[in-house]
Design a protein around this ligand. Structure first.
Ligand code: URA
Length: 433
């Protein structure tokens, strides 16, 4: 078999065979196939697409390119969630304990934040002592004993995707449905869960800016996940406005605790109920409606918060910081951003607000950047709210006073204030099964 012929076949719009896809993935992972040939194939796939059968083969080949986790000991109870990324998205911190309290088994590997979106692992590291690496035995026994463990994603999981994603990033081939689908799903398949719920974000702070694009990606990921023999469903949720009110690592832990304790309703609560219900429905084999009643009960009875305490403690975290979130990292300085006009908030650009939080130190521009765990933004107003001139729109937190000016400018450029209240948009646009 020759890589040249595989590239030419895809260039001419023909479907590749399983053996050809496996030849490419194993050769590219081992370094025998050079970047220039992999780039040519990525571009041919970008331009000519892939059939579902080809995408399933590519997903499986990448999932099998490195380590994978065997969760068969948990049978149909293992469940994972993947979010395509957003601003203020702390849903894992909330849905994981809810679903574990209902008997689900969450052996979760999460990422770090980069650019305008945050990462679960950074949020968890803002709790003193929390260990984001566990060896395989510790990881699985924690899942067995308390139903949940969340660690950083191992570099040896789907290494073919890691290499190919980096190559796509510099060859203008990221935005291809079969390539995005196989990239995301290969990591989920290698991570081993039987049930997978995908949270496909849509809007200004998301990868997919329109409902149409989000639907195409969500439908494709569900189809390919099923083709890889997993139980999959997807929710398309709003990311036009940041989720919840807190953006930043310790700040997001604080807000997650509030939701788990039943102290905060609103958009974040609603999206978490929808995601947890979808996950619980797959795990328990009941309807989403039935699952929803059980999910709400875990919050109201305190079972979900108690599960979060158990989880943080088992992973070495200081539970007193969860019991009293004032003990979480804080910054030396804060600054209130005021409104220069009266009216209604008609738009909040989630991506720009995410960038403002990075300026304050809450995220990374480059992989090596250090995070200021206490830094971030607390929103006082959200889309649809009425504002008067002089009202506080948000509070900025940072240990670097110098960052306030440019973070304020970025934040204000994200907000539109108009004389009429905007039309209310759904939080969950669609559930795809
Ligand atoms: N996220 C991924 O992991 N892969 C993609 O291709 C796009 C988003």
């Amino acid at each position: 078999m020759r890589m040249y012929d595989i590239i030419a076949k895809k260039r001419d719009g023909l479907a590749l065979l399983k053996e050809e896809i496996e030849f490419f993935i194993s050769g590219y992972t081992s370094g025998e196939i050079p970047d220039y040939q992999a780039s040519a194939l990525a571009m041919a796939i970008f331009l000519k697409g892939m059939t579902d059968e080809e995408t399933v083969c590519l997903t499986n080949a990448m999932a099998n390119s490195g380590d994978s986790l065997d969760l068969s000991q948990f049978g149909a109870l293992s469940v994972d969630k993947h979010s395509t990324g957003g601003v203020g998205d702390k849903t894992t911190l909330i849905v994981a304990p809810i679903v574990a309290a209902l008997g689900g088994r969450l052996a979760k590997m999460s990422g770090r934040g980069l650019g305008h979106t945050g990462g679960t692992v950074d949020k968890l590291e803002s709790i003193s002592g929390y260990k984001t690496t566990l060896d395989r035995e510790e990881f699985l026994s924690q899942v067995e004993n308390i139903g949940i463990a969340v660690i950083g994603q191992s570099g040896s999981l789907a290494p073919a995707d890691k290499k190919l994603y980096a190559l796509r990033d510099v060859t203008a081939t990221v935005n291809s449905i079969p390539l995005i689908t196989s990239s995301i799903m290969s990591k989920k398949i290698a991570a081993g869960s039987h049930n997978i719920v995908l949270d496909v974000k849509m809007g200004s702070g998301a990868f997919m800016k329109t409902l149409e694009d989000a639907e195409i990606l969500a439908e494709n990921m569900v189809k390919i996940g099923k083709g890889c023999k997993r139980n999959v469903c997807a929710l398309i949720t709003d990311m036009d406005t940041p989720l919840g009110t807190h953006i930043g690592n310790a700040l997001e832990v604080k807000e997650a605790v509030r939701v788990l304790r039943g102290e905060q309703k609103g958009d974040l609560y609603e999206v978490c109920i929808a995601l947890s219900s979808a996950m619980a429905s797959l795990v328990l084999g009941v309807s989403v409606k039935e699952a929803e009643a059980k999910v709400i009960e875990t919050i109201e009875s305190g079972a979900a918060f108690s599960k979060m305490r158990q989880w943080i403690k088992a992973q070495g975290g200081d539970v007193s910081e969860i019991d009293d979130t004032e003990k979480l990292p804080k910054t030396d300085y804060f600054y209130e951003v005021k409104s220069a006009e009266s009216g209604f908030v008609t738009k909040m650009d989630a991506e720009k607000i995410g960038v403002a939080s990075v300026i304050l130190g809450a995220g990374r521009e480059n992989k090596e950047d250090k995070i200021d765990f206490g830094a971030g933004i607390v929103l006082s107003k959200k889309t649809g709210d009425k504002v008067n001139k002089g009202d506080t729109l948000c509070t900025l937190y940072s240990n670097n006073k110098e960052s306030f000016k440019s973070a304020e400018e970025k934040f204000l450029s994200a907000i539109s204030i108009g004389s009429n209240a905007p039309e209310k948009k759904p939080l969950v646009y669609k559930i795809i099964k």
